[in-house]
Design a protein around this ligand. Sequence first.
Ligand SMILES: NC(=O)C1=CN([C@@H]2O[C@H](COP(=O)(O)OP(=O)(O)OC[C@H]3O[C@@H](n4cnc5c(N)ncnc54)[C@H](O)[C@@H]3O)[C@@H](O)[C@H]2O)[C@@H](O)CC1
Ligand SMILES: [K+]
Length: 509
Amino acid sequence: MRYAHEVDKVRAAERALMARSPEGALMRRAAAGLASVCAGLLRSGRAGVIGPGEGVYGSRVVLLAGSGDNGGDALYAGALLARRGAHVTAVLAGSKTHEGGLAALRSAGGRSLDADDPAGSVAAIEAADLIIDGLLGIGGRGGLREPHATLAGHASRSVATIVACDLPSGVDADTGVVSGAAVRADVTVTFGTYKPGLFVDPGAGHAGVVELVDIGLGPYLGDPDVVLPQAADVDLWAPGPSRESNKYRRGVPGVVAGSKTFTGAAVMSVGGAIRGGAGMVRFASAEHSVELVRHRWPEAVTSVVDTSLSEVGRVNAWVAGPGLGTGEHAEALLAEVLGTDLPVLVDADGLTVVARRRDLLWRDAPTVLTPHAGELARLLGTEADQVEARRLEHVRRAAEELGATVLLKGSTTVIAEVGRPVRVNPTGTPRLATAGSGDVLSGLIGAFLSGGASAIDAAAAGAYLHGLAGRLAASGPASDERPPDDREAPISAYDVIEAIPAAFRTLTG
Ligand SMILES: NC(=O)C1=CN([C@@H]2O[C@H](COP(=O)(O)OP(=O)(O)OC[C@H]3O[C@@H](n4cnc5c(N)ncnc54)[C@H](O)[C@@H]3O)[C@@H](O)[C@H]2O)[C@@H](O)CC1
Ligand SMILES: [K+]
């Protein structure tokens, strides 16, 4: 698990640690970590136009230095690189400059120029192999002001490798919100702990590869606000078969999906549940959907139902909603599953129904809701673009107001439950934005709920494996020379189902 803490907690931990540390020690640790990552990039040839092995000596490094301690970190790191033979130029932005950092840079042979000298700044940025973005860190508030915004734009257009100091300037540390211009980094070197805004889009999309430098804050940080699960966590959360398991002990999800008109969603949801490891899947729907599911998944136990599920048989979790329709019939079925004391996942059409019948969610057993931004906006009475821009805020609000575990799908999937840190899913690919992909996810999570996972563990494990299956399906066999991202091809929801077993296998290595 990777842990992220909000700015208030970072500041409090910093105060506690500083009281026990020599003056300037934290900034020296931060700058040393930052300089070491930059030196590694210059040595490996990843930075700008420098060829492999050419290293720090003779490289051209530009520091964008704002007026706070973020600028200070960049200036001290620049001084360390200058001592190793880099040509370092600091572009000074903002009302003041970190005096100690600037003095260190100058005595190491670095030079500085003012951001008010646009020609000089642009020339330096254009010639750079590597740019350190030290404009703003955790002290940044709101959209970038000038000259920061213009400098961020020049940096983002340059061919140099961009390394953000602590976080890309223009990204809100606590939320990942970007209002206006922001630096797009290749690498972000963050200090003491991850910041939530580095995990969540749009911030995550600006951060590139994130490296954590330990500056000793750990013991003073307290509980994280946001976490990023890793494969080992998911391996613990996804219930697997035990030696004594039989098909009933492994969990029996009931899937209530599809209708006379919509059939594909049901096929995908049942497929997700089967490949998710359910011992047996019961499926209940209108006749046409039942026929199709039986044809595609003969292993599912199906029942034709109208407005009651009384004949379906024993299940230990429900998945309700994909392709179900939104009329009275769907409402009756949803009311029945939500009236049980079993865990229930509500997705797709089911979410439209509960948006007008919130009372159905007043229950004691676990409820998982899996909306995309538009569906969540409807549940909260707001607009989809508001949800997209401030994902953490909206998913937390939904969990609080609806009393459920809420998984908000999208460019970064985020999962909230009251009293717990938000879990951000690290897997996935834009190729997953394809019809039926969400239905697969609902079945997968349903399998984990029926296997006994808690609501948040089931949701986080489902999102992780679904995202990984999507990546594996899109990038194909690993033998190719090109990195997986470059190999990606369009996929269908069915391809995702097919790749779920391979995704499971990566967990246990
Ligand atoms: N907190 C910690 O534990 C540590 C912090 N360090 C560094 O210190 C940074 C925080 O330093 P500061 O608190 O000085 O804050 P920052 O350096 O992040 O920024 C504060 C300055 O930016 C200006 N500013 C704020 N919003 C702006 C906007 N939208 N446009 C233009 N200017 C804006 C402010 O007026 C202020 O001068 C961290 O991000 C990190 O880089 C490290 O040195 C090590 C330890
Ligand atoms: K920065």
